[in-house]
Design a protein around this ligand. Structure first.
Ligand code: MLT
Length: 406
C-alpha cells in the first residue's frame, strides 16, 4: 500500500499544532504558570443568546414527529441561504441569490475542498504571509514541488505583504489562474480598498483567472469605505468565489457553520469548453457532504434576527476593543504594530530583529503570553508576530501589562 507522498513535502507540522506542542512542553516544565493565549484566532465569549435559543428550539422540534428532520439539503436549508443572501449581499447591493450560496461546516474545509473541482495544471498565487491552509492543501493535493529553506514551495508564487508595500497585494505582471486573497487579512490585519479589489477583478477577468476570496473577518471592518465582499466589485461574479464564516462574528468556531458563494455566471475551462463552476461544486457537495446539522443552521439563521444582530455587533465590538487595547499599549511601548483596526489581529514587528520563533519563546517564557510567530504564515512573515484579540478583557489587559514590563 502506498500513501499520498505529497504529504511528505509538508513542513513538519501545521502551525497551530506546533504551537500547542511548545505550550504543552512549557506547561509540563512550568505547571504553575498562568498562560494567556493570544495565539490561534479562537473566540472566547459565549454564543449569542439568540443563537442558543434558536438551537434549543430546533432540538425540541427534532424531538417531535412533525418536527423531526433527517438528511437536509447538501447545499443548506433554503431559509438560511435566503437570509444570507438578503442580509449579507442584497443589503450591500450585491446581486447574490440564495441558490448561489452553499452552507458548510467551515471556511477552512471549503477553501481546501474547492481544489477538488479545479485543475492541477493551474498556476497559483498566494500572498505571503498567508493563512497556511491555502498552501498546505495545494501541497497535499500534489499541486506543488518541494519546499525550500525559506519555506516556499516550488510551483507556488508568493505575493509579499509587508510594511514597505503597505500590506497591499500588488497585481502581478504574470498570469495566474488561481489567486487566494483574504481581506481583512489573516494574519496581517490589513484591509483591501475598493480600488485595490477592483484592480484584482480587472486582472482576473483579463487573464481568465479565479479569485478565491476569503472574507471570514468581514464583520470586523469599521471603515465604511472598505468592501465586505468581493461581490461589491463590478464584474466579480465572473471571476470570484467567496468564503464566509459564522466562526468569528458569532462565535461559531466550535459550533461550525460557514458558507461559500459560487455565482451562477462563473465559468472555468475543460480544454476549450466552458464549464459551469456552480454545477461542479454542487456535484462535489452532493457526493461528499451531507450538510450542516439542522440545529446549527437554525442557530446561524438567528444571527440575522434583530436580537441576533445586536448581540453579534456587541461581540464584534468587544473583540475590536481588545484589538485597540493591544495596539495602543504596544505602540506606546515602542513596538511597530499593524492591523488591529479593521481586523481582530495585531501584526507586530519583533523587537531587536528577533526571529519570529525566538520572540514566541521569549514571550512564552518571560511573560507567559502565547502569540503566533509570523514566520509560521510564510517567509515574508519572518520578523513579525501576531497577537489575536480573541480573549477576555482581563486577559488582554494582563497580557499587555506583562509584555510592557519586559
Ligand atoms: C487563525 O488563528 O489563523 C485562525 O484561527 C485560523 C482559522 O480560522 O482556522
Amino acid at each position: 500500500m502506498q500513501v499520498n507522498a505529497d504529504y511528505l513535502k509538508l513542513k513538519a507540522g501545521y502551525l497551530f499544532p506546533e504551537i500547542s506542542r511548545r505550550i504543552k512542553e512549557f506547561n509540563s516544565e512550568n505547571p504553575n504558570s498562568d498562560l494567556i493565549r493570544l495565539g490561534i484566532g479562537d473566540v472566547t465569549e459565549p454564543l449569542p443568546l439568540a443563537c442558543r435559543e434558536a438551537m434549543k428550539a430546533a432540538i425540541e422540534e427534532m424531538g417531535t414527529v412533525e418536527g423531526f428532520r433527517g438528511y437536509g439539503p447538501e447545499q443548506g436549508y433554503e431559509w438560511l441561504r435566503s437570509s444570507i443572501s438578503k442580509n449579507d449581499y442584497l443589503s450591500r447591493g450585491c446581486e447574490i441569490s440564495a441558490d448561489e450560496i452553499f452552507v458548510s461546516d467551515g471556511s477552512k474545509c471549503d477553501s481546501s475542498n474547492i481544489l477538488d473541482i479545479l485543475g492541477k495544471e493551474n498556476k497559483i498565487a498566494v500572498t505571503d504571509p498567508v493563512y497556511p491552509v491555502y498552501v498546505d492543501t495545494n501541497v497535499m493535493t500534489g499541486r506543488t514541488g518541494e519546499v525550500n529553506r525559506e519555506g516556499e514551495y516550488e510551483g507556488l508564487t508568493y505575493i509579499p505583504l509587508n510594511s514597505e508595500n503597505g500590506f497591499e497585494a500588488k497585481i502581478p505582471r504574470e498570469k495566474f489562474d488561481l489567486i487566494y486573497l483574504c481581506f481583512p487579512n489573516n494574519p496581517t490585519g490589513a484591509v483591501a480598498t475598493k480600488e485595490q479589489l477592483a484592480s484584482w477583478v480587472k486582472y482576473a477577468k483579463a487573464n481568465n483567472s479565479l479569485i478565491l476570496f476569503d472574507a471570514a473577518y468581514e464583520a470586523f471592518i469599521k471603515d465604511d469605505s472598505i468592501p465586505h465582499s468581493i461581490f461589491e466589485i463590478e464584474g466579480s461574479k465572473d471571476c470570484a468565489i467567496e468564503f464566509r464564516s459564522f466562526s468569528k462574528n458569532a462565535g461559531f468556531t466550535g459550533t461550525r457553520c460557514a458558507f461559500t458563494v459560487i455565482p451562477r455566471s462563473l465559468k472555468g475551462k475543460a480544454g476549450a469548453e466552458d464549464i459551469d463552476i456552480w454545477s461542479l461544486w454542487n456535484r462535489r457537495q452532493s457526493t461528499k457532504f451531507n450538510g450542516v446539522s439542522y440545529m446549527v443552521q437554525r442557530g446561524a439563521e438567528a444571527v440575522y434576527s434583530m436580537e441576533g444582530q445586536i448581540q453579534v455587533k456587541k461581540l464584534v465590538s468587544f473583540y475590536m476593543e481588545n484589538a485597540q487595547i493591544i495596539k495602543a499599549n504596544l505602540t506606546a511601548a515602542g513596538f511597530d504594530v499593524f492591523g488591529a483596526v479593521n481586523a481582530p489581529y495585531a501584526w507586530i514587528k519583533t523587537p531587536k530583529n528577533m526571529s519570529s520563533w525566538d520572540f514566541f519563546d521569549f514571550l512564552l517564557k518571560n511573560a507567559n503570553v502565547v502569540g503566533t510567530p509570523g514566520s509560521g504564515f510564510g517567509a515574508a512573515g519572518e520578523g513579525y508576530f501576531r497577537l489575536s484579540a480573541f480573549n477576555s478583557r482581563e486577559n488582554v489587559e494582563e497580557a499587555m501589562q506583562r509584555i510592557i514590563k519586559l
